[in-house]
Design a protein. Structure first.
Lengths: 79, 147, 147, 79
C-alpha cells in the first residue's frame, strides 16, 4: 500500500466533487490507480486521457510511490 | 522572468510587448486569442471559464517556448494565458515573438500558439445564453450540456 | 476610417488594436516591423528615414487590405506605415487582423505585410555609424553609400 | 506639346535636386518622357522602375495628356 494524493481539474473536479483526495492504495501503477478510482467514481468517458505524477507527464505504466501526487488530464482546450 | 505564465487578471499588453524589445529585431509577430461569442457552430456563448493545472502548465509552456527558440531563428518569445472567468472580447491568450526577420517571427508565433493549445493543461468551460454550460473538447460534457 | 494609412508620428498601438475588436473574432494576429541596427549583413545602422509617395501609397495599401478581406475568412484588417526619421527600435509598420479562427488571421497578416513591402511606394534610407547613408534596394545608392 | 508635372521621390529627388518640376514636352508617352528627362538628368540605374500618372500605376506606353502628373517609382523598400 502507498499513500498518495490525487488532484482533480475541470470536468473531473466537477464529477468527483472535490479538488483533491488523499488515499492509501494497493495500485502498482498510475494505470492501476485510474482503474481503482474509476470503479469508485465512474469517471465520464473523456477520449484520450493523459496523466501526470508530481507535476510531470508520465506513462500509464509508471509505478506509484509513497507520497506521489497524481493528476488525470482530460483533453485540453486552451487558447 | 518566466517566458510562459498564467494570469488571473487582465494582461498588460504594453508591458508584454516591451519585454521583447531588441535593437537587433526587425520583426515582431504576435497572436491573441479572444473570447468569441460562438464556438464550433454554436452561437450564444456568453462567457468562458478557464481552469489550469498551473504547476505542470508553466513547465510545459516553458518547454514550448524553448522549442521555438531552438527551432526558429528568433530573438525572444513569450506567452501568457488567462485563467478564471472571461467575458466576450477579452484576451484569453497572448503570444509575442521578436526576430531579425519576419519568416522566423511568424513561424515561431504560430508554433507556440498551436503547441500551447494542444499541450498545456488548460480547460475551457463555455456558458451559453440558454443557461447550459459545457467543457470544450469533452464529448461527455457536451452531452451533459445538451441534456 | 482608412484601413491603410501613413503616420508621421508614433503609432498608438492600443487604439489600432481596439479598431479591430469584434465579438465574433476569436483570433487576432499582428505584425510589426521594427527599425533594427543591421541590414543585409551590414551592422552599424543608426537610424532610418522613410519617404512615401502618399497619394498613390494609400490607394495601393487599401487595395491590399481589400484583397486580404476577399481572399481570407477574416473580420477586419488594418495597416499603418511610418514616414520620416526613425530611431533603432521604433515601429516602422503595423499590421493587425481579426478573424473567427487563427489560420485566416495569420495568413492574411502575412499577405498584407508581404504585399505592402513589395507594392506600396515607400523608400528607406539607412544612416550608418561610419557617416554613410544609402537608399535600400537601390544598387546605385548602395554604390554611392560605399563610395 | 503638353504641359505636365513630374514629381520626384527618394533617390530620384536627391539626384535631380527638387521635389517636382513643371514642363512642356513633345513626349507622346510616359516612356518617351522618361527618355527625354534621362537625357537631361542622367538618372541613376535603378533596376525595375515603375511609373504612375495622376496617382495610379500605368504602363510605359500610356499617352501623355495636358495636365498629367507623372511619378517615376524606384524599387520600393517599405516595412
Amino acid at each position: 500500500m502507498v499513500q498518495i494524493r490525487v488532484e482533480y481539474f475541470a470536468i473531473l473536479r466537477e464529477h468527483v466533487g472535490c479538488t483533491h483526495e488523499a488515499l492509501s492504495t494497493p495500485a502498482a501503477t498510475v494505470g492501476d490507480l485510474y482503474a481503482e478510482l474509476d470503479r469508485r467514481h465512474a469517471f465520464p468517458a473523456l477520449g484520450h486521457l493523459k496523466v501526470a505524477v508530481n507535476d510531470e507527464f508520465c506513462e500509464w505504466s509508471t509505478p506509484l510511490r509513497d507520497g506521489d501526487s497524481v493528476v488525470f488530464i482530460p483533453p485540453v482546450a486552451g487558447g | 522572468m518566466k517566458r510562459f505564465d498564467f494570469s488571473r487578471g487582465a494582461v498588460d499588453l504594453v508591458a508584454c510587448r516591451a519585454q521583447l524589445a531588441d535593437p537587433a529585431a526587425g520583426a515582431y509577430a504576435s497572436f491573441e486569442g479572444w473570447v468569441r461569442n460562438h464556438n464550433e457552430g454554436r452561437a450564444g456563448v456568453l462567457r468562458l471559464e478557464y481552469e489550469g493545472y498551473e504547476q505542470l502548465g508553466v513547465k510545459e509552456g516553458e518547454r514550448i517556448i524553448a522549442e521555438a527558440l531552438a527551432r526558429f531563428d528568433i530573438g525572444d518569445a513569450r506567452c501568457i494565458h488567462r485563467l478564471g472567468e472571461l467575458d466576450i472580447g477579452e484576451l484569453a491568450v497572448w503570444v509575442g515573438v521578436s526576430a531579425a526577420h519576419r519568416d522566423a517571427a511568424f513561424a515561431a508565433c504560430r508554433y507556440i500558439i498551436d503547441e500551447v493549445k494542444h499541450r498545456v493543461p488548460i480547460w475551457k468551460k463555455e456558458h451559453y445564453a440558454d443557461g447550459n454550460s459545457g467543457w470544450v473538447n469533452c464529448e461527455a460534457c457536451a452531452a451533459h450540456a445538451h441534456a
